[in-house]
Design a protein around this ligand. Structure first.
Ligand SMILES: O=P(O)(O)OC[C@H]1O[C@](O)(COP(=O)(O)O)[C@@H](O)[C@@H]1O
Length: 402
């Protein structure tokens, strides 16, 4: 049964008549873009016929790209899936922010920036105290969103409340600016997670705080784009506009993110599970049985599973998308709005599943901005098998030092 708050928010959001923001209200103005954002390759040799593809029209130009390197702007723009100029501009600004964060986490200064200021949890907000690196990444993203002119409100894992940016801008952005930063001193991979919604124009007349909150609490099923950025041996943006998931790798020689993994398909089943299994004795019976079964090769897949756990959600998920299997955090730790929803959208678009152990993540209506939940992401056959054990959510959550 839904709580009164859930019912109110669900009703408000469901009753709102979403007005698509495509086509854009004003055209792309290249003068607003930094030179590095401009496409460097000629597209004159591309064919121009188009076919329907997911939510957006896709031109066959994509198939005929002569040099084989497609930037995100080319992929998403008129020569590609044509998501609309507003979203292309927003992505250009996001890319710039991601490049700045990639440079930041790789910088010799990151060791001091990565140290926790005070540590522990902020009791009033129930969130972890931000570290300087998290804070700087947050500021970098906010600055890019402001400059894009395309974002009405940003909700960040680093902020107590959403930040209202511009009344008329078409999009709402939710983000975890730097996930996995507790590992930064050891140069472990980190990541940024982001989701993009249309602004709910029906809420425009509400007070700013209220419309900022309700716009940010949209259900994950309303995402129009989402993705993550992996800062590792390569810097990779894996993103979806609702028509498949695609990964773009930063080419340091040109400064472009170029399409390296089109239409990622997660294997229907993997042979790897990813979890912090030092928590085994805090797990419920069902989860213990599931892990014991697959590591002995006694599950539906008759091979022994291997374990991998980086403790950096984006990195653990990226490996899972590539090789299959399941990446999980069974305790109430990861955030629905900033982490679970955007990542589930990417995983579903790659043919996988995102679950809290019982329900599809994208069907859960957020009721609180910083709402936490158990998260299971991965291959469809693995997630279904895991869910069949019923009791997989860790309710004992004593707080762990590392
Ligand atoms: O301590 P656990 O339960 O293994 O959680 C690890 C997870 O926490 C995260 O570090 C995110 O938590 P924070 O936002 O508190 O850093 C993920 O990157 C990682 O997957």
């Amino acid at each position: 049964m839904q709580s009164p708050i859930t019912t109110t928010i669900t009703a408000t959001i469901q009753n709102s008549n979403l007005t698509p923001s495509f086509p854009p209200k004003f055209p792309l103005n290249p003068l607003r873009l930094r030179p590095e954002f401009l496409n460097r390759r000629s597209s004159t040799n591309m064919a121009s016929s188009s076919t329907s593809f997911g939510r957006f029209k896709m031109n066959s130009k994509l198939d005929n790209n002569s040099d084989g390197f497609l930037t995100i702007s080319e992929y998403a723009g008129k020569g590609g899936v044509d998501v609309g100029d507003d979203l292309v501009v927003l992505f250009s600004h996001l890319e710039y922010a991601f490049k700045r964060i990639a440079a930041l986490v790789a910088s010799p200064a990151n060791s001091s920036l990565g140290r926790t200021s005070g540590g522990g949890e902020d009791v009033s907000s129930g969130r972890d105290k931000p570290k300087p690196l998290d804070t700087v990444s947050n500021e970098i993203i906010l600055s890019s969103l402001r400059k894009s002119g395309k974002v009405a409100v940003m909700a960040s894992e680093e902020d107590d409340a959403p930040t209202w940016i511009a009344d008329d801008a078409p999009f709402v952005v939710v983000t975890d600016p730097l996930d996995g930063s507790r590992n930064i001193d050891a140069s472990i991979p980190t990541g940024t997670i982001f989701g993009i919604y249309n602004r709910l124009v029906e809420l425009d007349s509400l007070p700013v705080d209220e419309k900022a909150m309700l716009n940010s609490l949209q259900s994950g099923s309303r995402l129009i784009a989402a993705g993550y950025v992996l800062y590792s041996s390569a810097t990779i943006i894996c993103t979806t506009f609702g028509s498949g998931s695609h990964a773009f790798t930063l080419d340091h020689s040109t400064g472009d993110f170029v399409l390296t993994h089109p239409n990622i398909k997660i294997p229907p089943r993997g042979q790897i599970y990813s979890v912090n299994d030092a928590r085994y004795f805090d797990w419920p019976e069902g989860l213990r049985r599931y892990i014991d079964t697959i590591r002995q090769g006694k599950g539906k897949f008759p091979k022994k599973y291997s374990a991998r756990y980086i403790c950096s959600l984006v990195a653990d998920l990226h490996r899972t998308l590539m090789y299959g299997g399941v990446a999980m955090n069974p305790r109430d730790h990861l955030r629905l709005v900033y982490e679970a929803n955007p990542l589930s959208f990417v995983v579903e678009q790659a043919g996988g599943k995102g679950s809290d152990g019982k329900n599809r993540i994208l069907s859960i209506q957020p009721v609180k901005l910083h709402q936490r939940l158990p998260l299971f992401l991965g291959s469809p056959d693995d997630i279904e098998e895991l869910e069949s054990y019923g009791d997989v959510q860790q309710t004992v959550n004593p707080g762990y030092d590392v």
